[in-house]
Design a protein around this ligand. Structure first.
Ligand code: PTJ
Length: 264
């Protein structure tokens, strides 16, 4: 535990609690040092979204749930930040969509893999793939440590959920004809732009909604899922998220500009 006491009435208490969680999990060896920086980048984009789940994000969440439910071999890829911020939701999502859970790290070490497995098991995971020598398959044309994957998991998956990702692997997975679902607050990132479905939302908000939506859609059946997928357009959805951020910035800029009478 870190010693910092967050005042409950602090206007940014929730955001500070998330930061503390990441720092704690960094000290536990779950989160990579770079994971703290990556989160800061995410926060900046979240600010532009008003730190709320947007309508396009909800639509993408619905499509993502439909894609996971209709997949033959769905896999949820877990890195340090995802484990720290959403371990329980990952396990719940895996249960409802019958997806496998695989640890896949950019800053790979056996210690971190085992610490993340332990955290996931504590959250209820029955089987966690991709640890150590189990990640014996290789994603072609990818040089980062993320290329090592489990032959029972990501290597043979048809749909891979990659929350908080770096762009290279998403591109490589798409080249392998896999469908990729990304959760990324930055709609401009390579991951966001390359994924089949991109949820532009904070993983803290997105994963409980994804679980809820999957539970609801599971009851409605495959036809409903297929219909949602037919109607979903990721490029359009991304453009809507960017437009939303733009609108928010313009609104803020407007408040700070000269009165109308003094403008050119
Ligand atoms: O645990 P490891 O070793 O696999 O490393 C994980 C990190 C995140 C360090 C690694 O994948 C990395 O360097 O990622 P990037 O390239 O910095 O990309 C992370 C993306 O996630 C950025 O586009 C951020 O805007 C976004 N992001 C950060 N925090 C959140 C987020 N998106 C959703 N929710 C967040 N909380």
């Amino acid at each position: 535990m870190t010693s910092f006491n967050i005042p409950p009435d602090h206007p940014r208490a929730e955001s500070l609690r998330t930061r503390e969680r990441l720092i704690e999990q960094y000290l536990e060896g779950i989160v990579a040092a770079s994971g703290l920086i990556a989160h800061g980048r995410g926060e900046a984009f979240d600010y532009m979204l008003g730190e709320k789940t947007s309508r396009p994000a909800l639509e993408a969440t619905k499509a993502a749930a439909a894609m996971l439910l209709t997949a033959k071999n769905p896999v949820i890829s877990v890195n340090g930040n995802t484990a720290a911020l959403a371990a329980q939701e990952v396990v719940r999502l895996a249960n409802v969509t019958e997806a496998k859970v695989e640890v896949n790290l950019f800053y790979r070490s056996l210690e971190r893999e085992m610490a993340i497995r332990k955290l996931l098991e504590k959250a209820g995971a029955r089987k966690v793939l991709g640890i150590g020598k189990e990640a014996s398959a290789r994603i072609p044309e990818l040089s980062s440590e993320r290329r090592r994957v489990d032959p029972r998991g990501i290597m043979t998956a048809d749909v891979v959920l990659v929350p908080l990702e770096d762009g290279d692997r998403t591109e490589a997975l798409v080249r392998m004809d896999k469908k990729v679902i990304a959760v990324d607050l930055n709609p401009l990132s390579r991951t966001a732009q390359t994924a089949t479905i991109t949820i532009v939302d904070n993983i803290v908000r997105a994963t409980p909604k994804l679980v809820q939506t999957a539970e609801m859609l599971k009851k409605q059946g495959v036809e409903k899922c297929n219909e949602i997928l037919r109607k979903f357009d990721n490029k359009k959805n991304l453009a809507e998220s960017i437009a939303l951020m733009n609108k928010k910035l313009l609104k803020l800029a407007e408040k700070r500009t000269l009165p109308k009478s003094e403008r050119e």
